[in-house]
Design a protein. Sequence first.
Length: 381
Amino acid sequence: MSIVANWSYPTAIRFGAGRIAELAEACVGAGIERPLLVTDRGLAERPITHNALELLRQTMPAANIFTEVDSNPTDKNLEAGIAAFRAGEHDGVVAFGGGSGLDLGKLIAFMVGQARPVWDFEDIGNWWTRADADAIVPIVAVPTTAGTGSEVGRAGVLTNSETHVKKIIFHPKILPAVVICDPELTTGMPRMITVGTGMDAFAHCLEAYSSTFYHPMSQGIALEGMRLVKENLPVVVEQPDNIEARGHMMSAAAMGAVAFQKGLGAIHALSHPVGAIYNTHHGMTNAVVMPPVLRMNRPAIEEVIIRAAHYLGIDGGFDGFYDYVLDLRASLGVPDRLRELGVDDDRIDELTRMALEDPSAGGNPVPMTTENTAKLFRECI
């Protein structure tokens, strides 16, 4: 891939193939001398992870790694990560991986110096002001998937190990100081992870674009993000080593995360409790529930979806866009129902309650109620 760029929106981003070589330099620039590299168990033994740790240790001998991160990170993972950070006397975090490694790495950096429990900093009102901002250590983020966009986000998703409820923990200062977006790191992803993360990026862009909140900058970013996914996700699934397409997908993932400052909606409100209870892949869950949510929201979003379809080169207005989503899912092997992901219909009441309590629910174009949310779950399962 020939595209190389340095961006500062919304933070400093070093974008381009091979730029993982700049990891130690990025840490120094962020004020980190003793980094803790945080990643998930699935990446622990991957060559890209060993290489990243070696790059750090060449100039920072005290660098170490923490890998006790579940696919849906929990408060127990957070406690273990904080203990590892303190034991190694680290002074910053390299958050490395997909959404789970990125989110937990950011939350370790956030919570290691706080005196209050993590749940006191849920993304509600101004709860973030309760935190000691000066105690947050620097973060360098290195995504290895193209989906969540957590590398450019100011929040992390954490599951309560007792209640199995996912919470969004927020503070402006957990936005990483430096991001390295190297598309070469994503080439080894399994096919279904490429699909799930890519559909996650599409869901972020779609929901942000459809949100009724006013944020024209996010609206434009979301629209272009959808175009990048439409043109490049099928390519990377069939040509995993296509670095140019991988790079465009990394851009789309970051754009989705920037765009959803405008708001999310029912796709994520449904996906979060399903992932918390059944431990499903977040992006794949988003992809499964997307069509029923589009159908429910149609009265409120038809006009904006018609405009999006025109921009994306999709004929047929809303119906054409809806059919495109169905065809894309089918071509990528996305399951048609949540039941195929192991979700049963015996906990719909619990899932409905959790979905309505999820912060994403407030951004849905059609107000979510107990009745329409339970109906959505029945259709999805």
